[in-house]
Design a binder for this molecule. Structure first.
Ligand code: S3P
Length: 423
């Protein structure tokens, strides 16, 4: 049981970054030789990626301390003998599609009930333009997807959405194309693929909002230490700021500028956060010293949105506890995440007594209303479960989560770590 309102004190080390862990397995599988990954996120989503690549013939040792991926090069994957199951993971589904589109075999790729509702047209369209034969089995532009490998052409794709999953799917297909592939985004999304593909030896660079990749590189196995996931750290950043009397040190958090919007927002809301031990070697990291603070509402819109897209649920909780109004705009992508996070945040925060209104592309929150316990409907969404766990620390009365285990998707030690900070 969490000790409601007990201040959070002490140090916590956050598990590895989910996006980077997925990519380490995928790119390691396509590289020649062994890739060694430490601080890999042992969450269900990343384990789905391992499972898919094992089914594609890649030997992967997972000893918990480290992952060894015995890569077989760009053309070393084998036809799986069964359907590939991406579980709850959008990153697995979309990125692997870019790879499967170029293989000399056919695959069917599916996932859980949440994945089967998420839009795949966004990758089907550009991959088809490259020559891929990719269809939605039920004809609804969602998984299951049937992918028949085909020769691919380089394209210049202008994406309507700032999505690292879309960008990465195209770049991965671009490894197999007959010429250069370019992806231009409306706003830059997380750039872990670009950084890591270059590290493995790919010829990839960026020009403003365009990522440009040359085909057919020789990728070499690498050693990768995955930084702590800022998206997981976000729950403790929020809890540390919101629970009076808290002071915590969150160690080794990834602060890549395409992911650090939560820090900028927390600071603009009046949060007391100090960055220590900053390290800019490869993916940048820092320790975050967080002290409880009086927060005030702000407007969050425009280019910052992709840099905090996964943190908007917990930012909603911060906004509900802050003084004044928070307006979130340009975040229509929230509707197509693991759940419709506009509707789900409005439903659950309203149930707790907050004043929140959903809009077409975000929400408006009048902060400062007292929160009370409620039954939280989690809609198969790990970030909803963790956000409302933090909210429960601020609420009078008991809060019950429909499915607490969802945290296992991205942060298996979440409840344990939170309890330790409250001891
Ligand atoms: C991710 C990209 C984001 C993010 C997701 C992980 C990735 O999705 O929401 O949790 O690893 O590339 P979009 O690219 O669809 O915005």
């Amino acid at each position: 049981m969490l000790n409601k309102k007990n201040p959070l004190k002490g140090e916590v080390t956050i598990p590895g970054d989910k996006s980077i862990s997925h990519r380490a397995v995928m790119f390691g599988a396509l590289a020649e030789g062994t890739t060694e990954v430490t601080n890999f996120l042992q969450g269900a989503d990343c384990l789905s990626t391992i499972d898919c690549f094992r089914k594609l013939g890649i030997e992967i040792d997972n000893t918990k301390e480290r992952i060894l991926i015995h890569g077989k090069g760009l053309h070393g994957l084998k036809a799986p003998s069964c359907v590939l199951d991406a579980g709850n993971s959008g990153t697995t589904t979309r990125l692997i599609s870019g790879i499967l589109a170029a293989q000399d075999f056919e695959t069917t790729l599916t996932g859980d009930a949440s994945i089967q509702k998420r839009p795949m047209r966004r990758i089907m369209e550009p991959l088809s333009m490259m020559g891929a034969d990719i269809t939605s089995v039920n004809g609804n532009d969602c998984a299951p997807l049937h992918i028949k490998g085909a020769p691919l052409h380089g394209i210049h794709y202008h994406s309507k959405v700032a999505s690292a999953q879309v960008k990465s799917a195209i770049l991965l297909a671009g490894l197999y194309a007959d010429g250069e592939t370019r992806v231009t985004e409306p706003t830059i999304s997380r750039n872990h693929s670009e950084i890591m593909l270059r590290y493995f030896g790919a010829d990839i660079h960026t020009e403003d909002k365009t990522a440009i990749i040359q085909p057919n590189p020789l990728l070499h196995g690498q050693k990768i230490t995955v930084p702590g996931d800022i998206s997981s750290a976000a729950y403790f950043i929020a809890a540390g700021l919101l629970v009076p009397g808290s002071e915590i040190l969150i160690k080794n958090v990834g602060i890549n500028p395409t992911r650090d919007g939560i820090l900028k927002v927390a600071l603009s809301m009046g949060g007391n956060i100090t960055l220590l031990n900053e390290n800019y070697d490869g993916e940048p990291t820092a320790d975050l010293l967080v002290k409880s603070s009086e927060l005030h509402g702000i407007t969050i819109e425009g280019n910052i949105i992709p840099t905090l897209i996964d943190e908007l649920p917990i930012i909603n909780i911060m906004a509900a506890a802050a003084k004044g109004t928070t307006v979130i705009k340009d975040a229509a992508e929230l509707k197509v995440k693991e759940s419709n996070r506009i509707d789900v945040m409005v439903e659950n925060l309203t149930a707790m007594g907050a004043d929140i209104t959903g809009t077409d592309d975000g929400m408006i929150i009048e902060g400062g209303k007292p929160l009370h316990g409620a039954f939280i409907k989690t809609y198969m969404d790990h970030r909803i479960a963790m956000s409302f766990t933090v909210a429960s620390l601020l609420a009078d009365g008991e809060t019950t989560l429909e499915d607490k285990e969802l945290a296992n998707i991205s942060f298996p030690t979440f409840y344990h770590d939170l309890e330790m900070l409250q001891k």
